[in-house]
Write a new protein. Structure first.
Length: 601
């Protein structure tokens, strides 16, 4: 339904005042932002022109009135008769008719009173219009709301300049709109950030030209406001023209994004004073949100303290949500990640590092607009506090990387207990635990050097290798090489460890430390093995001597038995009967008949 049809919906029926007001309110709410702005412009221009004309006309009438006075005949005196400023009665002389008329005109044409009445009436009518459109005004885009605020500010200032009245009712309504808009802006920004971070898969995103421009504006805001942030005060530029420029900029950014994704180019980093930041989408969202808060402060400096408080809450949300998603592994549920890797941790660290780097610039920007005072000092302390929290969060991520690698070293150290080192031949390969550990460490170092500064990488790798020395050193001390082959097997693993990781900063003397443990341990093991072998040889010698003695006794017994059998055969052949053997003497001991056999011979 068009505006005309709404207002004439009653047809020829005469509408009551209440119905007319309802239709007017409905029509006002239905206006588009640009149409509403044009309507307010026309109203404000008309009112201020009327007030200025009224002021001019009153001054002209007063000038005419001041020339009216009774004068002597023949004289052309046009100035009024001088009267006492206290208005004391003139004794002995009645006031002339001209003076009375002049006084009446002065009373009727009290310019201050007339202008004040005009401003009050105009403000009362305009306040009703603004209240009707409260919902629409507080739901405007940022640029359009700043134009709305600026338009009302200019009108209030003009009325005050004309009448001397501050227009309290109008300012109160506009201030309430500002506070509600700031709250809505904060809620929308925080919701956008939270949803974007939950959906983020924590991969590197391209830092395009638009983001680079926004980053530059934030870095420079400590000394001066960005030119684009002042568009809200340029009421002489049509709103549709600004909207058109914004749409063209967004279309160009989207086209650049599609081109980058189709060409699969390497993600460009953000650069701050030669330091590169490879960033995930969460960092880009946070930076764009910060730019919106700064834009709002620049447009409404009188609300700098309230807006800065919302900005701090926004930063706190970014820090806490990052903790939940990465260190708390929440991204495995919200974004479907299988697990949190070293790459995810590194990107999260860079995101925190970028925001921590921007905070000092934002802090000075807020100080510049909020001025001095206890409230401003408290805000500065809050900015310092959130920056420390971000830096501590970074340190926790780096510590998590160290703990992850130490945990892997612990697992591999336990796996070493099952290895039988002495069974490996001279041509045997290195063991799987060491190959895996070397591969994992190389991957970590590659990820760190790609995403983090050299100083940060070194601060992580030093404790990682320190943990390796402790874990692997303990495992090698407990391992039993048993022989030279076992020693060489251990040394082959250590050689792989040294050759692959030895060039990494932080490796230090880890290789030599492990080599010394193996060499010193194996020397003691060889001496022990020699003692064991000597004992075994002595035992085997005694056993051999006993076996030889037993063999000689068995030979003698066999020979005696053979001779006895031959004697029996001879007697049988000669026809002699075998006599029963005589019982042995008391001094002889019979052992299987050997004594009798010896005697018959």
């Amino acid at each position: 339904m068009s505006l005309m049809s709404v207002s004439t919906a009653g047809g020829g029926r005469h509408l009551s005042g209440q119905e007319k007001s309802a239709n007017l309110a409905r029509n006002l709410r239905a206006l588009e932002p640009e149409d509403a702005e044009d309507l307010l412009k026309k109203i404000y221009i008309s009112v201020t022109e009327a007030l200025r004309r009224l002021s001019t006309q009153v001054k002209v009438l007063l000038d005419i009135a001041s020339s009216l006075a009774d004068t002597p005949e023949g004289e052309g005196v046009k100035s009024p008769t001088m009267r006492s400023p206290l208005g004391s009665p003139q004794t002995g002389q009645a006031p002339s008719p001209g003076v009375e008329i002049q006084e009446e005109l002065h009373k009727a044409l009290d310019v201050t009173h007339l202008l004040a009445q005009g401003v009050d009436i105009a403000n009362d009518k305009i306040v009703k219009v603004l209240k009707v459109r409260t919902e629409q005004a507080t739901d405007l885009p940022l640029d359009m709301f700043l134009r709305y605020f600026t338009l009302n500010l200019y009108f209030a200032n003009e009325c005050e300049a004309i009448s001397g009245r501050s227009g309290t009712s109008l300012k109160n309504v506009v201030n309430s709109h500002i506070k509600e808009f700031v709250q809505r802006h904060q809620n929308a920004a925080m919701q956008t950030l939270a949803q974007g971070m939950e959906a983020d898969r924590w991969v590197a995103k391209d830092f395009n030209e638009k983001l680079t421009r926004q980053l530059g504006e934030i870095l420079e805001c400590s000394t001066h406001d960005a030119e684009s942030w002042g568009n809200g005060s340029k009421l002489w530029v049509p709103a549709m023209e600004l909207l058109k420029l914004k749409l063209e900029e967004e279309a160009a950014a989207e086209k650049d994004k599609e081109r980058s994704s189709s060409e699969k180019e390497k993600a460009r980093p953000a650069v701050i004073e030669s330091e590169k930041f490879i960033l995930p989408n969460s960092a880009l969202l946070c930076m764009q949100g910060l730019e919106g808060f700064l834009h709002l402060i620049a447009g409404i400096p009188s609300m700098a303290t309230d807006i800065a408080t919302s900005l701090i809450a926004y930063l706190q949300l970014f820090n806490s949500r990052c903790t939940q998603l990465i260190l708390g592994a929440g991204a495995t549920k919200t974004a479907g990640l299988r697990n949190i890797t070293t790459k995810h941790l590194s990107l999260a660290s860079r995101a925190l590092g970028l925001i921590a780097t921007l905070i000092p610039h934002i802090r000075e920007f807020v100080r510049r607009h909020a001025g001095s005072g206890a409230g401003t000092s408290a805000l500065m302390g809050e900015f310092d506090k959130i920056r420390r929290l971000l830096q501590e969060h970074q340190s926790n991520i780096h510590q998590k990387l160290v703990e992850m690698m130490n945990g892997r070293a612990t697992v591999h150290s336990k796996g070493m207990k099952a290895i039988e080192w002495h069974k490996d031949g001279a041509s045997a390969r290195t063991h799987g635990y060491m190959e895996t550990l070397v591969k994992e460490t190389s991957t970590l170092y590659k990820v760190l050097t790609k995403h983090l500064p050299d100083s940060t990488t070194q601060s992580i790798m030093f404790p990682v290798f320190s943990g390796y020395k402790e874990q692997l050193g303990s495992a090698f001390k407990d391992a039993d090489a048993k022989n030279k082959a076992g020693q060489q097997s251990m040394l082959r693993d250590i050689a792989l460890f040294k050759s692959t990781l030895g060039s990494i900063e932080g490796f230090g003397d880890a290789g030599e430390y492990l080599t010394n443990i193996v060499n010193s341990k194996e020397v003691a093991a060889e001496a022990e093995a020699s003692a064991v072998d000597a004992a075994k040889d002595a035992t085997l010698g005694d056993k051999a001597k006993q076996d030889n003695a037993n063999g000689e006794d068995e030979g003698k017994t066999d020979k005696a038995e053979d001779e006895d059998a031959a004697t029996k055969d001879e007697k049988t052949e000669s026809g002699e009967e075998e006599k029963p053997p005589e019982p042995p003497a008391k001094d002889n001991v019979a052992v299987n008949g050997k004594t009798d056999s010896v005697r018959s011979m």
